[in-house]
Each structure stands twice: as structure tokens, then as C-alpha cells.
Design a protein around this ligand. Structure first.
Ligand code: ADP
Ligand code: MG
Ligand code: MG
Length: 900
């Protein structure tokens, strides 16, 4: 941004309004709004974020700024009938930061600017010879100015204050009298001089200019930068600066300062919530210096101000049509409003308040939907630990998949399955998990690993399943053969109970009691929203119903089992967008897979496939039944086959041990040879997906047959099955054509005149497929974007390797604000999706487009998929409500959301 002499950098409060947040910051815009509402706001003016941007870009105040400040200061002096620096009757001001987005505690405020050795006396005179007040104000100025503007360590002032109190034998700063405070000012000045090499500035205008500059610079303080990165607030916005005439809450017992909310920001309950502190200034009320009283007490202390405050709060709610928080000060019985904004709230309060405001006629349901979000809904769906007892965490890992889970520790997938079958809850503990652990992960209540981050196998799979997971708890030493782990002097053996918190990453010994979420009970259908008096459930129900009515995107689920499919349907899924067939090759079917891989002849292979066929068919029958009439997209086998064999090291050991004992090792040796033969340097880019189907005769054919036969069986039983066969990892239309030709023959033969219709489509997950989508669409009846692989191959990131290695650095540098595996990279991977959607539909109008993969349940990504015009998203059962909500929000949002 370039600065011009004519640019307007300073706005009087009367010139602004609440919609000018970009220019005036949130605080300034809302101070202006309150001024224009006729509320009692001390006069003042706002220096714009543009001035800040110009200052930060060039290192000096833009031309024209000084003059405009001068002019507005003069106007302020006229309005107040006082002059800055007047020794008899000084005007004092506060200099307050205030950016577009609230960044609590991140930036700076200086109060009482304008005081000096001379005007402190005038201030006392004006306050009716109130020396104590005047010196208290002065010492506060030096303290805040020193710390904020001149980087004097704040503790030095605090120590001096503590020292003064100790000398007086008190803990309460109110017991310090004028003389004590005068002495403290002397001490503060020495501290100031020692650290800055100069005297505390006596010239009020210099104080003001330095304070303004310090607020500008606080935008780039380290903690502010970190906070912005975390909250994804753009780095170039800058802060506005508000210069406000001081009013005084520290003038005696009939003065004070407070903060309040117009409703309970925790639960959303109606009624005011706040704290008040008599005879105090500024941050005292939140700093915990003295004990505040509940705001209701003010009614007793100063009924007139209290009633006026309630009145103003009601007006603000009506005006902002939302929960507001406010900061106010009472100066000798006169109420002043110092800040308001639409207040932050918990996830539960967000839903409850949105519902209330609809009831109160302040907003409509679209607006209510706009005001909640999927991240909040997701939070409300996790069970929670009740930590009111004395539970202490024994290890700290990464909160990889939120939730609260307790159970008996197990170290193998098999044991997890066994104990779960006995009805026990178990926590699967592994150093790290691999695809082999899938059954164990499904059976377990939670997963705990000692290695790996947020994108480790455990984390990703657990999130996909909505299962609690703590990963990378490196304080834990896992010993699988000995069936135990050790942590900080404790030994935990198989069967011992632990509790893990997937939100905080904490691990506890023993069973921490858990409270189930009412919202999940509602989605499960066990809590009737019409009957309950739970305000949250009623609000969620109402808003979800509206989201469903509004959304254009359908929401399907990723489910591999009948049980998952059933749950997802209760959660509102309208079909299955991804049914993985891999797990159907695990467990006791592994032996058949081994036979398949080791088959030396066509006959042996055909036998193995024939044995797998009925098992697969039964899996599909269950899923089709569960999804009666809804589409079910089945992905043909995707991962490399050797993933279904034991790991190389384990096989090598087995063979060696067996040989030692003189046992027959022919089979193990054959397996070992196969594993060696199939070893790949880059399995992610190796023999997997469609490539496998083209190389292993009969494999895809068996799966296609199982799907078609299952569909026919279900239909013959009076059900309806709508299978959609999806070919993974296609990069060229020829691959798909080859698979399709074979599949169509089988389907025609199996389906006959049963009326079953089977679609054949492809995943778009290889960049080449996206770029040749026009060709591929000729052979595909639908596309499903596999955004995990598309991200992996689009960026060239090996998903399982990158996070631990360097994602932290990328996040730190801001190369991306969030992992592209969590939220879709709109510019790059998103562009591939756009191209494929457009060119696919151009070649085949009405081509059905969907997405599967974790992004399908990510709020931001759902909005993107809506924009691109996909037909549906598919996500894990637990994310289905989140996707429904966000799809509804995407449909009503024509302008950008402002939920921060
Ligand atoms: P933050 O952004 O951290 O909330 P503020 O700029 O709101 O900082 O200032 C903190 C507190 O200082 C306010 O809540 C108010 O109590 C006090 N304060 C600020 N300006 C004035 C003023 N002009 N008169 C009296 N108190 C003020
Ligand atoms: Mg404030
Ligand atoms: Mg894939």
C-alpha cells in the first residue's frame, strides 16, 4: 500500500462504524458504533490500520499522519475542555491497540498518557485534592509505558510494587497511600532510567507519539506473530490505534471497572455474566490483583449505573443481534463504555445462543446456521473425561484423534479383537501401527503409540474412524513380546487399564470416568430432540435440520463394514462413498491371500480366488442391506499385495528359528522369497491399485463378481442394491478401459434380468488422471476424488514420512497454514480437482462427482467442494454430521464467513 499526503489516517469516533473493522480495527469500529448509538463513550479517535501498514513497511510514520493526529487531538481537547499536558487541568488519554481480529492479550495498551511531574499535581487538584488517585495513575503510566513502549522488564515494576506493599504490611494495593505511591513513582522512574538510559519523558506529546509507535510495532511482536499463525490471521493486516480520553475507575469507592457478557459464554444461558472491581483501573479486573465481585453486586453498590448498564447491554444485543462482551468503567457514579464486541463463546454456547436468537426473532435460521461451524460440532461429539478426581498424566503425546477412551492395554491386533469380542474395552498400544493393525484398531476403544505424529498411520486411520488416538507418546517404552510398557517408573502390563485423551494427548493410569456427549446420543437416535430439555440438543437438532434443507452437496460415508454403515446412516449418511475392500483380505483370510500370492500355476491362483469370492460376497451383502437403496461405492483392492504378508524381518526370523528346530519351512521360505521379490523402494508409487488388477489375472474379476452377486442376492431378497465399482489409481483412460471391459462382461453375466444396475467409475487421485479427465470421463460413469493420494502425489510428499521430517518447519515458515492432508490445498491440489471436474463434465455431461478421503469431512474443504460443484462428499461416520452442517453453511454463504 502506498501512502499519500491526502490519505485519511485518523477517524473521529463519530466518523466510524462497526463495518469499518478492516480500517479501524474491531475495537475502534465498535467504539465508533457505540458513540453513534448515543452510548456514553469517552471521546477519542482511531488511527487506521493503513497508517500501521505504512509504518511497518517503511519504518516511519506516513506523511500527513502527524498533522492529522494534531488536528484530532485539538478537537478532543476542545470537546473535553482540557489540554494534554496542562499542569492545572490535564487531559489524559489511553493509547489502545485494536486489530481486525481480536488477539486477546497479544498487543498493547497504555493508560494515563499525558501525566508528568507537574500535571500529576493538577490531576490531584481536579480530583478534589485526591493525591492518592493522582499518584496511582502516574505510577501506572510509568509502569505501562516502560513495559510496553520501552521494553523495561515488567517484573521489575511488579517487584517494586510488591516491595512497597510488604513495607506497608499489606497485600492490597488499596492500602498504599499517596506518600507510598509517590515513593513508588520515584522507584519506577529509576527503574525506567536504568533500563532505557534516559529519564521518563515529561513531554506529553512525546509520550503519545512513542505510545502510538509502540502499538504499531506490537503487531510484529513475537507472541503476536505466533498467535496469528495459530489462528490463521493474515500477517499483513496491521493494527489500528485508539486514542481515548481517560475516565477513572480509581477515584474512590464510588468508582470502579468491570467486564461483562450479555449471556453466559460457557453454556449460552440467558442472563448477564461479569465481574466488577471497585476503585480500580484497567486490567486490574482481569489481572487477579484483587478479588472481583460478581457483576450482580453492582446493583447494591450503584443501582443507577447498574440499571443503565443492563439497559445498554440489552440494546447492544439487539443491535449486534448476538452475544456481546463489554468493558466499562464507572467514574464517581457515571458509567462509561470502553469496549464492546461480539463475544467469543464455547461450542455449546454457539449453538444454544444461535437457537435462542432465532426464538427471540433477532436472526433467522440461515443466520443461525452461519454462526456455528463444523469444528464446534465436532468438539461437541467427543466424549469427555471427568478429571475432578486426582488423576495425573503419566505421559504426554500428541492429541492425534480427539476423544476420551479407557480400556485394558493390549499390544497386538489379535488380542484386541479377542478381548473386544468378550465385550471388554481395550486400548491398543503399539510403537507405531501399520495396516495389519486395522482389525485391532477397529476393535479398540483407543490407540496409543510411542512414535509418529499427526499424520502417522495411527493418527490418520484413527481420525478416519473417529477413534481416540494419542500418538508419539515418547515417554512410553513399548515391549510387545513382553506384553508391557514402561513409563516414568511404572510398568503397565497387558490387561491393566489406562485412559487416553486424544484432545490433550495425555495418558493416565487407571480408568478415568467418561461422560458421553448428548449430541452423539442425539445423532444415534437415543435422545429425542423433541422431548429433551437439553437446550444444546434442541439447538443442534434445529440447526442440523436447517442445514439439511439448505445444502446441495450430498453426504456419504466411508464405511467398510455393515456396522459402520449402520452408524453412518443414523448420522445422516446418504450412501457410501468409499468402501475399502482391503480389510476383507486380513485376519483369517490372510491364508487365502498368501495362497493367492504364492500361486505357482493358474489353477492354484484360480482356487485361491474362488475361495475368497464367497467371503467377499458376504461382506458386500451386509453392506448393501444396511444401505438399502442408497448408492455404495466399492473400491477395488488398492494397496500393494505384500502389505498382506508378514514383514520381512519377522519372516526371516521365523525361517531361521524353524530351521534351527529342524521343522519344515517350505511355506515360510516361499513367503520370504515372495516378500523379497515384491519388495519395493517406493511402495506408494509401486504395484498397487489398478496396476495390481492388470497384473494379477482374476483378482479384480473376483471382486467385481462378488459385488454383482451380492447386489443380485440382496435384490432377489426384496432389497435394493446400488453398487458403484470404483477403480483406484487410474492415470490413463486405457487402464480404466481394460478393467471396465472385463468387468462389464462379468456384470452382464451375473446381473442378467435381475434389474440390478452397476456403475463403473474411477478415482481421480493421480495428477495425470486429473489432467486427462476429459479422456477418462469417456470410460467412467463417475469420478471420486481421492484427495489423500492426490495431495501426496500433487505435492510429492510421502504422507507417512513427511510430517515428522519437516512439516513443522513448513508450518513455521508459513509455507502452508495447515497440513494439506488435513485441509485441501485450494491453489494446487484444488486446481487439479477443478480441472478434472470441468473437463470431465464437458466430456460427459452430468458426470457424477464426489470426493472420498479425509478432506470430505474437513469444514474448509467441504466449502471448496461445494464451490467446485461436486455432487457429494464422503467421510468417516463421525464426520458425517460435520459435513452436513458445513455443506449447509456453504450453500447459504454468498460472502466470506467471519466466525473469528
Ligand atoms: P485489551 O485490548 O487488552 O482489552 P484495552 O485497550 O481494552 O485492552 O484496554 C484495557 C483496559 O484499559 C480497558 O478494559 C479499560 O478498563 C482500560 N482503559 C482503556 N482505555 C481507557 C480509558 N480511556 N479510560 C479508562 N480506562 C481505559
Ligand atoms: Mg479491552
Ligand atoms: Mg488412494
Amino acid at each position: 500500500m502506498t501512502a499519500h499526503e491526502t490519505d485519511k489516517y485518523v477517524y473521529d469516533f463519530a466518523e466510524g462504524n462497526k463495518d469499518l473493522k478492516d480500517l479501524l480495527g474491531g475495537k475502534g469500529a465498535n467504539l465508533a458504533e457505540m458513540t453513534n448509538l448515543g452510548l456514553p463513550v469517552p471521546p477519542g479517535f482511531t488511527i487506521t490500520t493503513c497508517a500501521c501498514q505504512a509504518y511497518l513497511a517503511t519504518g516511519r510514520e506516513p506523511d500527513g499522519l502527524a498533522g492529522q493526529i494534531e488536528a484530532h487531538l485539538e478537537a478532543l481537547e476542545r470537546a473535553m475542555g482540557r489540554r494534554l499536558g496542562d499542569p492545572q487541568d490535564p487531559l489524559l488519554v489511553s493509547v489502545r491497540s485494536g486489530a481486525r481480529f481480536s488477539m486477546p492479550g497479544m498487543m498493547e495498551t497504555v493508560l494515563n498518557v499525558g501525566l508528568n511531574d507537574r500535571s500529576v499535581v493538577g490531576l490531584s487538584d481536579q480530583a478534589g485534592q485526591n493525591d492518592r488517585f493522582a499518584w496511582d495513575s502516574y505510577r501506572r503510566l510509568i509502569q505501562m509505558f516502560g513495559k510496553t513502549v520501552c521494553e523495561v522488564p515488567g517484573e521489575e515494576f511488579e517487584h517494586a510494587l510488591d516491595e512497597a506493599k510488604r513495607a506497608k504490611g499489606t497485600h492490597d494495593d488499596l492500602d498504599l497511600d499517596a506518600d507510598d505511591l509517590r515513593g513508588l513513582v520515584e522507584t519506577y522512574k529509576k527503574i525506567f532510567a536504568k533500563h532505557t538510559g534516559r529519564e521518563f519523558p515529561q513531554e506529553p506529546r512525546e509520550q503519545l507519539d512513542l505510545a502510538i509507535r509502540a502499538v504499531f510495532e506490537s503487531w510484529n511482536a513475537e507472541r503476536a506473530i505466533l498467535y496469528r499463525r495459530q489462528e490463521r490471521i493474515p500477517a499483513d493486516l496491521g493494527t489500528a490505534v485508539n486514542v481515548v480520553a481517560m475516565v477513572f475507575g480509581n477515584l474512590g469507592p464510588d468508582s470502579g471497572t468491570g467486564v461483562a457478557f450479555t449471556r453466559d459464554p460457557g453454556s449460552g444461558a440467558q442472563g448477564i455474566y461479569g465481574d466488577y472491581l471497585a476503585n480500580a483501573q484497567g486490567e486490574d479486573v482481569v489481572a487477579g490483583i484483587r478479588n472481583t465481585v460478581p457483576l450482580q453486586e453492582l446493583e447494591r453498590l450503584d443501582k443507577t449505573s447498574y440499571d443503565q448498564l443492563l439497559d445498554i447491554m440489552a440494546r447492544l444485543e439487539g443491535h449486534y443481534q448476538d452475544l456481546c462482551d463489554i468493558e466499562f468503567t464507572i467514574e464517581r457514579g457515571k458509567l462509561w463504555m470502553l469496549q464492546t464486541r461480539v463475544g467469543k463463546r464455547t461450542a455449546a454456547a454457539a449453538f444454544v445462543i444461535a437457537g435462542q436468537l432465532v426464538d427471540e426473532g433477532l436472526i433467522d435460521l440461515d443466520e443461525a446456521l452461519h454462526r456455528v461451524n463444523g469444528a464446534q460440532l465436532a468438539q461437541l461429539m467427543f466424549p469427555r473425561f471427568q478429571l475432578d478426581h486426582e488423576f495425573e498424566a503419566v505421559a504426554q503425546g500428541i492429541g492425534a484423534s480427539p476423544g476420551a477412551a479407557s480400556g485394558a492395554v493390549v499390544f497386538t491386533s489379535a488380542r484386541a479383537v479377542e478381548l473386544a469380542a468378550e465385550g471388554k474395552s481395550v486400548i491398543l498400544v503399539r510403537r507405531e501401527t501399520n495396516p495389519d493393525d486395522l482389525n485391532g484398531m477397529i476393535a479398540a476403544q483407543g490407540i496409543l503409540t510411542s512414535r509418529g505424529g499427526k499424520t502417522s498411520h495411527a493418527a490418520v486411520v484413527a481420525r478416519g474412524m473417529g477413534k481416540t488416538c494419542v500418538s508419539g507418546a515418547d515417554g512410553i517404552e513399548v515391549n510387545v513380546p513382553a506384553k508391557r510398557f514402561t513409563v516414568g517408573g511404572h510398568t503397565v502390563s497387558e490387561g491393566d487399564v489406562v485412559s487416553i485423551d486424544g484432545t490433550t494427548g495425555k495418558v493416565y493410569l487407571g480408568e478415568v470416568p467418561v461422560t458421553p456427549s448428548e449430541v452423539v446420543q442425539y445423532f444415534e437416535g437415543t435422545l429425542d430432540p423433541e422431548r429433551t430439555d437439553d437446550a444444546l440438543v434442541r439447538a443442534v437438532h434445529r440447526i442440523m435440520t436447517h442445514a439439511d434443507a439448505r445444502r446441495r452437496l450430498a453426504v456419504r460415508t466411508n464405511a467398510d463394514t455393515g456396522a459402520d454403515a449402520a452408524r453412518a446412516r443414523r448420522f445422516g449418511a446418504e450412501g457410501i462413498g468409499l468402501c475399502r475392500t482391503e480389510h476383507m483380505f486380513l485376519g483369517d483370510r490372510r491364508e487365502l491371500v498368501e495362497r493367492l500370492i504364492l500361486a505357482a500355476t493358474d489353477a492354484e491362483r484360480t482356487d485361491a480366488l474362488a475361495a475368497l469370492l464367497p467371503l467377499q460376497r458376504q461382506d458386500f451383502v451386509e453392506i448393501f442391506r444396511e444401505m438399502a437403496g442408497l448408492p455404495v461405492t466399492v473400491r477395488l483392492i488398492d494397496p500393494p499385495l505384500h502389505e498382506f504378508l508378514p514383514p520381512l524381518e519377522q519372516l526371516a526370523v521365523n525361517v531361521a528359528v524353524a530351521q534351527e528346530r529342524g521343522e519344515d519351512v517350505a511355506k515360510e521360505e516361499a513367503l520370504l522369497a515372495a516378500v523379497r521379490r515384491m519388495h519395493e523402494e517406493n511402495p506408494m508409487l509401486g504395484l498397487r491399485g489398478v496396476r495390481l488388477g492388470l497384473v494379477i489375472p482374476g483378482l479384480f474379476a473376483m471382486q467385481v463378481r462378488a459385488i454383482a452377486e451380492a447386489a443380485v442376492a440382496v435384490t432377489r431378497d426384496g432389497g435394493t442394491a446400488c453398487p458403484e465399482i470404483m477403480v483406484p489409481l487410474v492415470g490413463a483412460v486405457q487402464e480404466l478401459e481394460t478393467v471396465r471391459a472385463e468387468a462389464e462382461k462379468i456384470i452382464a453375466e451375473v446381473v442378467g434380468d435381475s434389474g440390478v444396475e452397476v456403475l463403473i467409475g474411477t478415482m481421480i487421485e493421480v495428477p495425470r488422471a486429473a489432467l486427462t479427465a476429459g479422456q477418462i470421463a469417456e470410460a467412467a460413469q463417475f469420478f471420486s476424488f481421492g484427495t489423500n493420494d492426490l495431495t501426496q502425489m500433487g505435492w510429492g510428499f510421502s504422507r507417512d514420512d513427511v510430517e515428522g521430517a519437516f512439516f513443522w518447519r513448513y508450518l513455521e515458515l508459513g509455507i502452508f497454514g495447515i497440513s494439506p492432508f488435513e485441509s485441501i490445498d485450494r491453489d494446487g491440489v484444488g486446481r487439479l480437482i477443478r480441472i478434472a471436474a470441468e473437463e470431465g463434465r464437458a466430456a460427459r455431461p452430468g458426470l457424477k462427482l464426489g470426493v472420498c478421503g479425509e478432506h470430505g469431512g474437513d469444514p474448509d474443504s467441504v466449502h471448496f467442494f461445494h464451490e467446485v460443484g461436486l455432487d457429494y462428499v464422503s467421510c468417516s461416520p463421525f464426520r458425517v454430521p460435520v459435513a452436513r452442517l458445513e455443506a449447509g453453511r456453504a450453500a447459504i454463504e454468498t460472502t466470506g464467513s467471519d466466525s473469528r
